[in-house]
Write a protein that binds this ligand. Sequence first.
Ligand code: SAH
Length: 363
Amino acid sequence: MLLEHPERLDLAELDRSSLEEVLEARGHERFRARQLFRWMYRRGVSDIDAMTDLPRPLRSALARDFILSTPSLEHRDTSTDGTEKFLLGLADSRHIESVFIPDTPSMTFCVSTQVGCAMACGFCLTGKMGLVRHLTAGEIVGQVRVLAEETGLRDQRFNIVLMGMGEPLHNYDETMKALRILTDEHGMAVSPRRITLSTVGLLPALERLGREPIMPNLAISLHAPTDAQRGQLVPLNQKYGIGEILETCKRLPLKRRSRITFEYVLLEGINDAPEDARRLAALMKGVKSKINLIPLNAAPGIPFNRPPDEVVDRFAQILADSHLTVSVRKSRGRDIRAACGQLIVDGPRRSTGQKLASVLVLP
Ligand code: SAH
């Protein structure tokens, strides 16, 4: 839509303070932004003409000057466990996937921040696509708007995890703008406590995040206890190693009682030995942490296997014996390829060798 109407601003791309400024510059009252936010985000109305508490002349002026773009729902798959995967189309005909995970025990929307991903982690299908492009804030928030509408949860509490396609901190500015829009008290008013940002550990961006007024919960994709092992799985580890990541985590201003989640994908024979668990426990000393083990979701083209349940249990037990809080992520929606690391659209784009280059161009 942006491409079709270059002269019209997209309301979906404006946080409330920017909208206030734009409205004021066009001779409208600033408080109209609050009204617009209520219609768009609380009531799920995208037709400006239906916003009936705005004076008619204002509605016509807004309809002339603005559009409100919304990702289009192209396909919806329901898993036997209730998880639903949404294929959404964007204005430039690219596609992304978003996932609704019910009852975990809360309702959770898992949203994407990029089309594809530049990080090229060895066990992740999205990583195989390479980075196609960053999503805009409107496209990130648009996924939540569509999912809230489609699942009938607009008026209820839900959690949002930035764990779909992409590396949120590689798309820093748009991700932060999306967080401002999602948490706006006049809009959806999602509490930052209900939002989790998962990152592979882009250090400068992680430090910057620590200084933001809106601080979501954090999850760090650690996946291995030594740099030698992690470097094999996560190419970015060659730039930012485990020691530096953990030092940064220790310095992050966390609210009292809040802890950072460390995600650890378990790969058979690679990082699932008792020795790995003991090393991981040692690393966590002095870090306010909880560990989330994710047994690999296998897929064609991914050269790793999921360890047997006994191995997962043994690994978890060693961590628990070291007084760590540990959970094993139940895999949801595997039958519809909606589970972690299984989101992929438009097919793989390029070979892994090229990807680190784009990782190095950081915000
Ligand atoms: N780029 C962000 C968000 C990625 S998805 C990050 O790296 O954190 C969320 C989690 O799913 C990450 O921890 C990611 O490493 C994990 N994941 C990726 N592929 C997976 C797979 N095949 N099986 C299980 N978990 C996977």
